[in-house]
Ligand binder design. Structure first.
Ligand code: PLP
Length: 384
């Protein structure tokens, strides 16, 4: 039998710490390894497989589009691309009126940074400590965590970082050279830290007053994960730019940067070969239709509450805090989470870290209550 572990180790770069599991097939909230053993997938491709694996409507849309037209350059118009652009503008905060389509989260951040510099004529950006925006040069410049940034110095100049949820620090950091402020509404990689409403409101007000733009990174929080279609809805927030990716097409690579009506860019100032391809656009249209018709935002809110009640983190001696919005769940332990993640995998549950001490759970939004019960039973046993 082919040794897939060995092949990846030999021919791939060792950039990602690996779990000892070869996933070959998925169905709903379950993943199967090459021996047919079943795992509960509470990572969902890192907030990507929100419809679970092999959702029939997504599969049908991809199959149909693959037989019709996979690629179409942006020098031509396309039916699926045009429909997706209109749909995105319809479902996102109302002042966002146009979108640029790309292929990943980091690309959507790069575009947002470029558009913000173009629009304001200013060079600087303010982002939040413990934020995460991706690995390309602009996105990593925006990411505070030194281990991600420092090996790649010199990075893009002009970035400064403020403690998340500290209004006075934010106020001191924004000046007339600030092109934009950018943060996540729930920091994902940084530990599942929700923004506070007064911080979000102050950021909106300060940006408007001082001529800076507000960029919201909804790459992890978007498409129903937090119990609303977009986390902006929890805060009644109108950002100037918004970045989305991950769950947008249920697993097919895609990203988008949405911009407010007054942001102008000229022909030739940015571009992409694959962005807006009909295959990804058809997948996104199908995924968004399921998010809406099955009201997966409400389901994420209800099942998130259910998970919290069942877990009863208050009785668990090893838990310091539970932080959560919808089905974006962080369980902060009193010590490092790595051993518990390994124990969860031994018990056939795939979970993620978020910083050193936090177990992050991002189950597919179609997860069944009984599957949550299964995860909760194991978590209670391991964390009591
Ligand atoms: C909030 C946030 N922004 C940006 C990114 C980068 O996205 P990608 O890995 O698709 O480039 C991520 C990925 O984890 C993310 O969670």
């Amino acid at each position: 039998m082919t040794d897939y572990r060995q092949l990846e180790q030999q021919f791939g770069l060792p950039l990602q710490a690996k779990r000892d599991l070869v996933a070959v097939r998925g169905k709903g909230a379950l993943l199967y390894d090459e021996n047919g053993d079943e795992y509960l997938d509470f990572a969902a491709g890192i907030a990507v497989a929100s419809l679970g694996h092999a959702h029939p409507k997504l599969v049908a849309a991809i199959r149909q589009q693959a037989e019709t037209l996979i690629t179409c350059p942006n020098i031509l118009y396309n039916d699926k691309r045009s429909e997706l652009l209109a749909k995105l503008v319809e479902i996102t905060p109302r002042n966002l009126q146009r979108a640029f389509l790309c292929n990943s989260g980091a690309e959507s951040i790069e575009a947002a940074l470029k558009f913000a510099r173009l629009h304001t004529g200013r060079g600087n950006f303010v982002t939040a400590m413990r934020g995460f925006h991706g690995r390309t040069m602009g996105a990593v410049s925006a990411t505070y965590t030194p281990k991600y940034r420092e090996p790649f110095m010199p990075l893009i100049p002009g970035f400064s970082y403020v403690p998340f949820n500290k209004i006075d620090k934010l106020e001191a950091a924004i000046d007339d050279a600030t092109a934009a402020v950018m943060f996540e509404l729930v920091q994902g990689e940084g530990g599942v830290n929700p923004a506070q409403a007064d911080f979000v409101a102050a950021a909106r007000e300060l940006c408007s007053e001082r001529g800076a733009l507000l960029i919201i990174d909804e790459i992890q929080t978007g498409f129903c994960r937090t119990g609303k279609l977009f986390a902006c809805e929890h805060f009644d927030l109108q950002p100037d730019l918004m970045c989305v990716a991950k769950a947008m097409a249920g697993g097919v690579p895609i990203g988008a940067t949405l911009v407010s009506g007054d942001i102008e860019v000229a022909t030739g100032q940015h571009g992409t070969t694959f962005g807006g391809n009909p295959l990804a656009c058809a997948a996104a249209l199908a995924a968004i239709e399921v998010y809406q018709t099955d009201d997966l935002a409400a389901r994420a809110a209800e099942l998130g509450d259910y998970f919290e009640r069942q877990l009863g983190a208050g009785d668990l001696s090893q838990v310091r805090a539970l932080r959560r919005l919808g089905l974006m769940i962080g369980i902060e332990l009193k010590y490092k989470a790595q051993d518990k993640l390994a124990e969860l995998l031994e018990r056939r549950i795939i979970a993620l870290p978020a910083g050193p001490n936090v177990i992050r759970l991002l189950p597919p939004l179609i997860v069944e209550p009984q599957q949550i019960d299964r995860a909760v039973a194991v978590l209670r046993e391991l964390l009591a």
